[in-house]
Each structure stands twice: as C-alpha cells, then as structure tokens.
Design a protein. Structure first.
Length: 168
C-alpha cells in the first residue's frame, strides 16, 4: 500500500487513487470525444487532401480514446458526467468553418503544441501517481503515446503547408 495522502490532477486534490482515476477518465473522455467531434467537422470541410487524410486518422484515434476511457470509467463503476466547457464549444464553429484555411486551422493548433511534453504533463503527472490500477495506468500511457503522434502530425503538416513560418 502506498503512503500517499493526496492525489492531484490539474490542481484538484483527491483522497484516493480511485477517486482521481475516475475523474481523469471522465474528464479526458469528454475532451477526447469533443476533439473527435470538432476535428471531424474540420475533416468534412478540409480543402487540402493531405490534411483531410491525416484528420481521418486523428479523428479515429480521438474517438477511440473517448470510447476506451468511457468503457474503463464504467468498468470501475463510474458514469460519464464531465461536459465540454461552454467556452470550448466555439471550436466546432472555428474548425468546421469554410472561411478559414487548413493552414490557419493547423497553425491555431500548432501554436499551442511546440513542447509536447509540457502539453501532456497533466496526463504524465496523473499516470505517475497511479500505483494500484495498472490497467488504467497502461491505458493512459498508450493514449499519451497516440497524442504524441497526433502532435507530431500537426506540427509537420503545418510546416509543410506554411514553410515561411519555419524561417521567421
């Protein structure tokens, strides 16, 4: 047994590993499901074949992650409760818009992803605290690896479509 007294995730404290795990699974399920939704809206209006092709994979992974996280949440006796914050709902309009180019949309995401380890630190921190629930820990590890692949695709695609940004 661990002597750990508190578990933390995104500045929230939990009294047990299970309580933290249930919260992580629920919140991340919601985030991944919403990402699949707005990225699918983008895929449907993408003008660049290379972007549309990559988004097919990325959307599929995000939806798979959401489904796996929800299944594990339910296995542990939890129920989905977390909802997309109101402020994030504008992503559907932004990424589903035909008024913005694929390069603009990639740039919007790429501008936030320059340091994948920093971006994924919240998930790494949760993983590092999980000692008893090896099933969930490894589920999160493999999802984090997929997220790194998605970040790599976004950054590389943006560089290809926007080479002048790489020289400035």
């Amino acid at each position: 047994m661990s002597a750990r007294q508190h578990y933390t995730y995104k500045d929230q404290q939990f009294d047990s590993e299970k309580a933290m795990v249930l919260y992580v699974l629920d919140e991340y399920r919601c985030i991944e499901g919403f990402a699949a939704q707005y990225l699918r809206a983008w895929k449907d209006v993408a003008r660049e074949d290379c972007v549309r092709g990559g988004l097919r994979t990325v959307c599929g992974r995000e939806q798979l992650h959401a489904d796996l996280l929800e299944a594990r949440l339910r296995e542990l006796g939890g129920t989905p409760q977390y909802e997309v914050p109101e402020a994030r709902l504008t992503d559907l309009d932004y990424y589903g818009s035909t008024k913005r180019s694929d390069t603009e949309k990639l740039g919007s995401i790429a501008s936030r992803l320059h340091d994948p380890d920093k971006i994924l630190a919240f998930l790494t921190h949760a993983i590092e605290q999980i000692e008893q629930d090896e099933d969930t820990r490894e589920l999160l590890v493999t999802i984090r690896d997929d997220e790194r692949a998605t970040i790599k695709w976004v950054l590389e695609s943006w560089a290809v479509l926007n080479p002048e940004a790489q020289t400035s």
